[in-house]
Ligand binder design. Structure first.
Ligand code: AMP
Ligand code: MN
Ligand code: MN
Ligand code: MN
Length: 287
């Protein structure tokens, strides 16, 4: 089978960050959906990796260790996925620990903002949805606001409460772009710009993101992702060619009901792009 037709899903979340299924359950679901090469990429966290790898290999999939690092760049939060990293790498682990560090204080401030508009108990409510106490995220607040009847669905929550200018939004300083790329490459992995169409950049900030990313040693971009429209896929296929980047494919699965895209169900990468997994053959784990 041509390599670009491998059913690779290289972006997904578990209870180690803001997904609702345990790593092994995500693996089982991916395998059942026909995924052949899988990566669990929890936000700023590697604690799900051992369970994910074992379950993936047991289910007959090939596995790449992964992570999705939160970065602040030009006033916006950008996500950088790392694929094929060594989960035991000390510098990567220290960097992720520091990146996770401010989440509790941020969550308390988010809850204070929500309390000021009449929504009580959001901190405790979000914590009830948390699988990993170090990883309280906006997603957990969103699930609490839906459960408590304040909003119809998580998309509604983000629009009304959790995005810039809204009562539950608290600006946060995440990792620096160059640091995130170096933690990933230093741990043997390839750095990937996640879902580029989701950032509210003008053309010059976007150009700066891609060119600085490449200058720091970043090598790939997500073209096929659950958060891109067909037009956005075509647009970032062009960006991949312009910057000489490898291309990745990943659903960004979080939950069977919340996620717009099922595991392994995206269209294949265009045959004209080089799949990121070709550069990671040495890092792929199989049984
Ligand atoms: P945080 O790292 O705490 O800022 O949370 C970011 C997470 O919130 C992302 O990884 C998504 O899972 C989720 N998210 C962000 N924007 C939206 C949105 N508009 N609708 C649904 N989920 C979102
Ligand atoms: Mn998420
Ligand atoms: Mn993301
Ligand atoms: Mn993600």
């Amino acid at each position: 089978m041509p390599h670009h037709l491998t059913n690779a899903d290289l972006h997904s979340h578990s209870t180690a960050s803001d997904g609702t299924l345990a790593p092994g359950a995500v693996a089982a679901r991916a395998a059942a959906a026909g995924v052949e090469l899988w990566a669990l990429t929890d936000h700023d966290e590697l604690s799900g990796q051992a369970e994910a790898r074992e379950a993936a290999l047991d289910a007959g999939m090939a596995y790449l260790a992964g992570v999705e690092i939160s970065v602040s760049f030009a006033g916006e939060t950008v996500h950088i996925v790392g694929l094929g990293v060594d989960p035991g790498d000390d510098a990567l682990r220290a960097g992720l620990l520091a990146t996770r560090g401010g989440r509790h204080e941020r969550a308390r401030q988010m809850a204070a903002g929500l309390a000021a508009v009449g929504i009580a108990g959001a901190y405790e409510g979000a914590l009830r949805h948390v699988g990993n106490p170090e990883l309280v995220s906006r997603t957990h607040f969103a699930r609490f606001l839906v459960e408590s009847g304040h909003c119809a669905d998580t998309h509604d929550v983000f629009r009304r409460y959790l995005t810039e200018g809204k009562p539950g939004y608290v600006p946060h300083q995440w990792a620096r772009l160059g640091d995130a790329v170096r933690w990933i490459t230093g741990a043997g992995g390839v750095a990937v710009i996640a879902h580029p169409a989701r950032y509210r950049f003008g053309p010059s900030a976007e150009y700066a993101l891609f060119s600085e990313f490449v200058a720091h040693g970043g090598r790939a971009v997500e073209v096929m992702t659950g958060s891109h429209s067909e037009a956005e896929r075509q647009r970032y296929a062009g960006t991949a060619r312009e910057f000489g980047l490898l291309a990745s494919r990943g659903s960004d699965f979080h939950d069977p009901d919340e996620s717009r895209t099922a595991l392994g169900a995206l269209p294949d990468l265009p045959g004209t792009l080089q799949p990121v997994w070709l550069a990671l053959q040495q890092r792929v784990q199989r049984r």
